[in-house]
Design a binder for this molecule. Sequence first.
Ligand code: CA
Length: 225
Amino acid sequence: MARLLIVEDEPALRRALSINLKARGYEVLAADCGTAALKLAGAGALDLAIVDLGLPDLDGVEVIAGLRGWSQVPIIVLSARDGQAEKVRALDAGADDYVTKPFGMDELLARIRAAIRRSDHADTGGAVVTTDSFSIDLAAKRATKAGVEVRLTPTEWLLVEALLRHRGALVPSSQLLTEVWGNGYEKETNYLRVYFAQLRRKLEDKPSQPRYFVTEPGLGYRFES
Ligand code: CA
């Protein structure tokens, strides 16, 4: 049975979606805000997330970015008719598809089936990364080294997430800077030097000879696990 997460703050729509999806044999988790959604998503593997972009606490795009910190789960966005720019931002943040409100249930069901087909169950619950030296739980935002909790700053978490999204791959410096600090910071490579030095001091056994947070000189960084 596929497990779906619905993030929608309008009670009537949330209820209608839950009823319809359950009637079609899906297991449904429902959240009325972004914070609750990220908590539910961190608690277990999902097959698909449906995210309304207009939420009371977080922007739906932040919810998508949060999910993408550790998960490749297919994400379908619900957006208002006039929300073109919003849609583009959602897709850029990692959403797979969108449905414009108001929508027909049949249309949404077809999109859900297609997205699940495409995903080949890529969400393997990879929220926890464990190495010989430390363990990082991206969903719970908890890092431990030798059983002791290591406190990371919000910026350090963003950087770790951005790197772990592409585990094993070279992530260009400009991409890390844009994902963590935003547009206009592409050339601030000294930020990366400072923050990676901090991360290595906190997590690596030999910070001066990093084994996990590896620099590719002149190119970017790589997480080796
Ligand atoms: Ca809404």
